[in-house]
Design a protein around this ligand. Structure first.
Ligand SMILES: Cc1cc2nc3c(=O)[nH]c(=O)nc-3n(C[C@H](O)[C@H](O)[C@H](O)COP(=O)(O)OP(=O)(O)OC[C@H]3O[C@@H](n4cnc5c(N)ncnc54)[C@H](O)[C@@H]3O)c2cc1C
Length: 395
């Protein structure tokens, strides 16, 4: 009998894990997703960009593996001759630093190079020559991801990837069920079944908690405390008559980021201050327009003078599934349980890493080998050991 795996949460992490389990390991997979419209899911509200510019080697490795997967996604996730398209483009990330931030950028660059990533350091004259539209006078350094066999950074259609993973998983026998997981049947250190709000019970040989920003709530029902909380991020969409040839995803020393999207641009910045009331889950509808007017627009106009003329078109918000412990994913066995696993807490870089994490986690559950990076460094066991694996490049 095939191994029965129940996955709680059908976002990109749950769908990727389901896809690899069903496609590569013949598991009988059930995915419980409480909202098949994904109205509040991070995977539907993501900026869906991919980079190799991290400060921890495992993140470089996971994103590199995922990028290779995304480049051949049409083959990997084809169903009945239909090849999904996810619009991957690779103009790179450009991370900028003033003199104060340059040593950190150099240190991260050394990590990236050691992990085999093709990222170049550019001094201001080289930045000016390459990106004539960029104001560089107050900069000391920039790091630019180069495209090619060892490099590749850019962005893609995240919701299209999610749907392609779902479709492939379903074609390989996985079931996506519209239901909210509310309880677990357990015996000793094993989970035997997942109970849903609609009264259904789903027997399991293994369970995966992939409920995004809400995973801590689900894990608490197994008595496990996870430091993952929803943290709202606003994204603004603007048009401009300015042309910025070769524009990558630019990360400014101020915290501002921007990149081209369709015929305009999208941009964002870290939230300004804690929310009043329940700070854990501010409403997605409450866009902080002051963030754009008072922080983002001045920073944009400073960095790219041609963007002083822009028209704000729209805005949306989604939750980062923020791992407050060290801003890195938690992927692997759930402490204290013999057959429970999680993939959560990716703190703003989960969309790009879902293929590698899904492949590696599926192999771990199936007890099979896999060529995706080892998830060991992201094991949730590091929390109890008090050994954070801090990622400093959270955008
Ligand atoms: C504004 C924004 C920009 C981002 N930009 C990037 C980026 O550029 N690059 C990048 O790599 N990542 C980015 N991210 C992060 C990325 O989108 C997330 O890391 C990723 O989507 C997380 O996927 P997930 O499947 O873990 O969570 P989700 O997509 O949130 O899925 C979790 C699912 O679990 C379901 N669920 C919860 N509780 C239960 C329950 N009890 N029972 C059943 N179902 C349940 C929810 O309904 C939800 O659909 C961004 C995120 C946001 C919000």
């Amino acid at each position: 009998m095939p191994m029965r795996v129940v996955i709680v949460g059908g976002g990109v992490m749950g769908a990727a894990t389901a896809c690899f389990l069903a496609r590569d390991h013949g598991a009988a997979v059930t995915v419980l997703e409480r909202d098949p419209t994904y109205a509040r899911a991070s995977s539907a509200l993501s900026a869906s960009s991919i980079r190799l510019q991290f400060s921890t080697p495992v993140n470089v490795a996971l994103s590199r593996w995922s990028l290779a997967f995304l480049r051949r996604v049409g083959d990997e996730l084809a169903v009945g001759g239909e090849r999904p398209a996810i619009g991957l483009v690779e103009p790179g990330y450009l991370t900028l630093a003033t003199a104060a931030g340059a040593p950190t950028l150099r240190a991260s660059h050394a990590v990236q190079r050691a992990a085999g990533a093709d990222v170049a350091l550019l001094e201001p004259p080289a930045l000016r020559a390459r990106f004539g539209w960029l104001h560089v006078d107050d900069l000391a350094l920039g790091a630019l991801g180069l495209s090619g066999a060892q490099g590749g950074e850019g962005w893609f259609d995240g919701p299209a990837l999610l749907q392609a993973l779902r479709r492939k998983a379903t074609a390989c026998g996985a079931r996506f069920v519209a239901a909210e997981a509310t309880a677990f049947d357990t015996a000793g250190d094993r989970v035997r079944a997942v109970a849903a709000a609609d009264g259904t019970r789903h027997a399991a040989d293994a369970v995966v908690l992939a409920a995004g920003a809400w995973t801590a709530t689900v894990a608490a029902r197994l008595g496990v405390g996870l430091p993952v909380r929803p943290r709202k991020r606003d994204v603004f969409v603007f048009d401009t008559p300015a042309a910025l040839p070769g524009c990558p995803l630019v990360v400014d020393p101020s915290g501002l980021w921007f990149r081209p999207e369709a015929h305009g641009f999208i941009c964002g910045a870290p939230p300004r201050e804690p929310w009043p009331g329940d700070p854990d889950e501010p409403p997605l509808e409450a866009i902080d327009h002051g963030l754009f007017d008072e922080v983002i627009w001045p920073a944009l106009a400073h960095r790219v003078p041609a963007l002083a003329a822009l028209r704000l078109r729209s805005a949306w918000a989604g939750y980062y599934e923020m791992n407050l412990f060290d801003h890195n994913g938690l992927a692997g066995a759930l402490p204290g349980w013999a057959n429970a696993y999680t993939a959560c807490g990716f703190s703003g870089h989960g969309m790009q890493q879902a293929p590698a994490v899904g492949c590696a986690l599926a192999a771990l559950i199936a007890g099979a080998p896999c060529d995706a990076p080892d998830l060991g460094p992201l094991s949730p066991a590091r929390i109890a050991r008090g050994e954070p694996l801090r990622e400093i490049h959270v955008i």
